[in-house]
Write a protein that binds this ligand. Structure first.
Ligand SMILES: Cc1cc2nc3c(=O)[nH]c(=O)nc-3n(C[C@H](O)[C@H](O)[C@H](O)COP(=O)(O)O)c2cc1C
Length: 233
């Protein structure tokens, strides 16, 4: 069993809460895994050229091209993104939009696979995991667990955090608050959040080892997607 982990943050590994949580989930699956960072990668959103309609292979040549095979080979996904404007950041959105290449005709490449979504925000990662789960659903991938929390927003280290009127420190602690190390919500000092990531990894690993029935999962996800459609029309 192989799991593909994606970190959609462009921040350095050592600073990225998303990276830390995605890695923690992966390490606890007990499976072989790849962890790919989108940092520095240029991945366009779907251009709706429909070049993929006949064979489920995207025609756009960019840094997504070599990732396609990793996606195909993976039994499950752990995908993490930072919260930008109360949704997933553009790079992760673009990466997931390109999964459109798998959504044609007999395109059952992703059907019935499993996933864990990870979201980190300066205040909350919740909107990220909720939005990301819809991408999974459209591809009949089951989101088995969500890991979302608060991370160390770059506003704490940009140099203007104490005077900025619109940054996260002002939002959380009021205008002019002095920044001290203990008020910075690094993911690494939140045992409950790390525990959620550990549990999500274990849950994913167990589901994979218990020989999950991909067809049954795909059918259940299809039903869930239809229910979502019916609510929105
Ligand atoms: C362009 C931009 C927009 C952001 N918008 C939000 C937001 O709407 N809500 C929020 O909670 N955090 C927001 N943040 C803060 C990030 O989500 C936060 O820094 C998070 O820790 C990033 O995760 P990372 O360290 O793994 O990159 C924003 C950051 C940037 C750069």
């Amino acid at each position: 069993m192989r799991v593909l982990g994606i970190c959609g943050s462009h921040r350095d590994e050592s600073r990225s809460g998303v990276h830390q949580l995605v890695r923690t989930v992966l390490e606890n699956t007990g499976c072989d895994y790849d962890l790919v960072s989108l940092k520095g990668k240029r991945i366009l959103g779907c251009t709706a050229c429909l070049g993929c309609a006949h064979d489920n292979v995207c025609r756009v040549q960019d840094d997504m091209t070599p990732l396609r095979q990793l996606i195909v080979d993976a039994d499950a996904f752990v995908i993490g993104a930072p919260n930008y404007y109360s949704t997933l950041n553009a790079s992760t959105h673009a990466f997931l939009e390109r999964w459109y290449q798998f959504r044609h005709r007999e395109g059952d490449t992703l059907w019935g696979k499993l996933a864990v979504s990870v979201g980190v925000g300066g205040t909350s990662g919740r909107p990220v995991v909720d939005d990301m789960d819809k991408f999974f659903l459209y591809n009949f991938v089951e989101p088995v667990a969500k890991v979302d929390g608060q991370g160390a927003a770059s506003c704490f280290s940009c140099g203007y955090g104490e005077t900025c009127k619109v940054g996260i420190p002002a939002m959380l602690f009021g205008p002019g608050a002095r920044i001290t190390e203990d008020m910075i919500p690094n993911v690494g000092k939140q045992p409950a959040l790390l525990g959620t990531a550990v549990a999500a990894g274990k849950q994913l690993g167990e589901r994979l080892r218990n020989g999950h029935d991909r067809q049954a999962v795909a059918q259940a996800m299809q039903a869930r997607l239809m229910a979502m459609f019916m609510e929105s029309v």
